[in-house]
Design a protein around this ligand. Structure first.
Ligand SMILES: [Cu+2]
Length: 333
């Protein structure tokens, strides 16, 4: 059974962790082959905490489903305190393209994996300076493209995602904090993946998935747009806004009274354990503008909260405090 989130403080730790982890990346990447073109030329966010006034009732949408891309490789991530065991061994070669991530939380604490690619031409000295002088990490975000992953998920849970790994230096990181609030990434839960089309290939090509995509979940300037009907299966998650967003999904033990949702979300953002028990059931890790990925979601009937803990570059304020959240209900089918 999922374990209750003990303290949702991790995003404030995240910021510190990101700066430090990027410093590690700046060292680790120095001797690596030059990164080549990315699949997406997304620009960094210019949306500095603008009041969005979302949260209550973004328009539900239905979209024609697109086919699930066939992955070029499959990686198993076993997450525990405080490391990723990745198989096959990524040092033997990671190729670019859609990658099936089978994420297993085999530890005792919640974990996640977020992938961040260092932007081409990043000045390592500049990055190190930004990380060293910015304890929020919001400045360091400008040096990477966040390309998705698996959001916060409770112990003893598994989840599956398709992430498009671009060529270059990609960090795989967990920012969930320990009981003292120290990000797992600072305790070793961070791995550098060198993604190269010319590298030896470690991972065998997985069998074709041949599974339908049930719908799209979009992170827009107006908030999360969800299909009218949610059930267990694959979803295409797209960031169509100009800002960085994530889709962190919490299953609620009971619905939040509508007039209390804003305060509930503010408590989450401010590290106050809410009155209503909630389970972290995964979602899509942070995505820069223009990126997309796929998630296999187990939508058991019940009440949910989707929240975006991410800040804008240069501003540590999480988007959820500006209304980037919504509650929704999954009906029994
Ligand atoms: Cu972790």
């Amino acid at each position: 059974m999922p374990i209750r989130i003990r303290s949702p403080r991790f995003r404030f730790t995240v910021s510190v962790g990101l700066a430090a982890t990027l410093l590690i990346a700046s060292c680790a990447g120095k001797d690596q082959p030059t990164a080549t073109a990315d699949k997406s030329d997304s620009s960094s966010s210019q949306d500095a905490g603008e009041e969005r006034g979302l949260g209550s009732n973004p328009t539900a949408t239905t979209q024609p489903s697109d086919p699930l891309p066939e992955p070029v490789q499959q990686l198993e991530f076993d997450a525990s305190e405080y490391t990723f065991a990745i198989s096959p061994d990524p040092s033997a070669g990671i190729r670019p393209g859609w990658t099936l991530i089978n994420f297993h939380n085999i530890g005792a604490e919640p974990h996640q994996v977020m992938f961040a690619r260092l932007k081409d031409g990043v000045d390592m000295a500049e990055l190190a300076a930004a990380g060293a002088n910015d304890s929020s990490g919001a400045g360091a975000i400008a040096f990477v493209d966040m390309i998705g992953g698996v959001s916060y998920i409770d112990a003893a849970n598994d989840t599956t995602a398709l992430v498009h790994l671009p060529e270059g230096t990609v960090m795989a990181m967990c920012y969930v904090p320990d009981a003292k609030g120290v990000a797992h990434a600072l305790m070793g839960m961070s791995t550098v993946l060198n993604v190269s089309a010319t590298a030896a290939v470690a991972a065998a090509t997985p069998p074709a998935l041949n599974e339908p995509v049930l719908g799209s979940i979009e992170m827009t300037s107006e908030g999360y747009q969800l299909p009218e009907r949610l059930t267990t299966g694959w979803y295409h998650v797209k960031n169509t806004d100009t800002a960085l967003h994530e889709l962190a999904l919490m299953r609620l033990a009971e619905p939040i009274p509508p007039d209390e949702v804003e305060a509930f979300v503010a408590d989450l953002a401010n590290n106050i354990v809410p009155d209503i028990e909630l389970d972290a059931v995964g979602g899509m890790g942070a995505m820069s503008a223009g990126f997309d990925g796929y998630l296999h979601l187990n939508f058991e009937p019940g009440d949910y909260l989707a929240v975006d803990f991410m800040p804008d570059p240069g501003d540590p304020r999480p988007h959820m405090l500006d209304g980037y959240y919504r509650t929704f209900t999954v009906e029994a089918s």
